[in-house]
Design a protein around this ligand. Sequence first.
Ligand code: HEC
Length: 134
Amino acid sequence: MKYAIAAAFAALLAMPAALADEFTKKDMERWQKDFDDAAKLGRALWVNDAPIKLGTNGVACAQCHPNAANTHPETYPKFQKQIGRVAALWEMVNWCIRNPLEGKNLSADSKEMIALQAYIASERKGVKLAPGKH
Ligand code: HEC
C-alpha cells in the first residue's frame, strides 16, 4: 500500500507541469461561482446586511470603508502599529471587528473571514501588490 502511494506520487511528479493546469470549463465556472458567492457574502457582512452580525453595536465596516476603501489589501503582510508586528490582512479585519464594531474575532479560516477578504480583494482587483507599503 505504502509503495502504491509512493508510485502514484512519483507518477504525479513526472507529469508535465502544464497537465496539472488543465481545468474543465465546468470546474472553472463552479470555482468562479464559489468565489463570487464568497465576495457577495463578504459585501453583505460589510454593509451589515447578512444574517450573521460582525459586531454588537450596529456599526458597519462600510461606514468607514465604503466599497472597502482604505483597506489596502495589496500592502499586506505589513507592519501594523495596532498589532505591533508584521500582520496579515485578516488580523486587521479582526482588529476592526473588535474595536469599532465591538465584536468577537473571527477565526482565520472561517467562512465569514474568507468572504470578507474575497470582497476586499475584489474591490481592489488589478492594484499592484506592494507588500509592506505604508
Ligand atoms: C469607525 C470607523 C471604522 C470602522 C467602522 C471600521 N474600520 Fe477598519 N479601520 C479604521 C481605522 C481608523 C483603521 C486604521 C488605519 C491604519 O492605521 O492603517 C482601520 C484599518 C482597517 C484595515 C487595514 C487598513 C490598512 O490600510 O492597512 C482593514 C483591513 C480594515 N480596517 C477592515 C475593516 C473591517 C473588515 C471592518 C468591519 C468589520 C472595519 N474595518 C470597520 C476604521 C474603521
